[in-house]
Ligand binder design. Sequence first.
Ligand code: SF4
Length: 342
Amino acid sequence: MEIQGYSIDFEKIIKTIKKGKYKKIALQLPEGLKIYSSRIIDFLEKKTDALIILSADPCFGACDIANYELKNLDIDLIIQIGHTSIPDSENYWIPTLFINAESKIEVLKVLKKSIPIIKEKGLIIGLVSTSQHIHTLGYIQKFLSENNLKSFIGKGDNRISLKGQILGCNFSAAESIAEKVDAFLYIGSGNFHPLGLLLTIKKPVIAIDPYSNNVKVKELEELKNQILRQRHGVIVSLKDAEKFGILIGTKRGQQRIDLANNIKNVLKSKNKKSYMIAANNFMSEILEGYRDIDCFISTACPRIAIDDYLQYKKPIITPIELEILIGKKKWADYKLDEITSI
Ligand code: SF4
């Protein structure tokens, strides 16, 4: 079966279902693949004896395994297409199969556009990407080498399954080679991952987007400065905050209960009140009622505080931003919140 623009290993899915004799399967798809739901279900049900139940809840990453709630439906296998697994967040409740959706878009055209920038400064490059384009890194490294350019691909911590892969909450693959490189070349679309790199590793980032054929360097620096101004403004505005809501994500790969406990203790030592609030999916509507809270601290997905900030009526900060607010860290130490290996 073919899904336009992607390479998805449906054979592996069929083999797994048949081998495990699975009968009731939950299917999780990222937003971009949901338009193919009916075709995928028709195909899998025709090729196997299984009943497929589509999970309509949003699925933003491998951290988000629809497990506990599916137990009641007697699901015996979860298939999540579009993400690679987070090895240290194994699903203990229901066997889970992660199947990547590799983009078939060619990267050579936009890669060639970035070569003059790399050559001009003689940069040694660190290569990073998301699961969608990660399979192109070997090819890109070879191309750079043929152009007499040196590059490295790093290995991430236990939260990362592929070499060179970064998540919006984990840049350990980049960190592992940061000392050897002058700059990072990010392959993929969107700004969050390259911005996260800039804010966390603090080395120049060249982002090449094979969809728009754009090479971004200056634009990213400007965005980074804009975010830093915004985050600084938020932290300063909270100097008199007294009541804090500590957000705990219940998704398997986002749970940081120890961090939430530490935050509560730190706030108590500063004579501040805090309340733990747990949810599977944080969004502005579900926090609207808590009007007497001055500020929320997110220990769930780090993107909530940065990407979705404007959607919320009350400020949301990251645990690192809280440390700056209470004077445990300096503004110069600012970096993006990461969920590292547990
Ligand atoms: S926690 Fe957020 S950034 Fe990390 S994998 Fe999940 S959705 Fe992506």
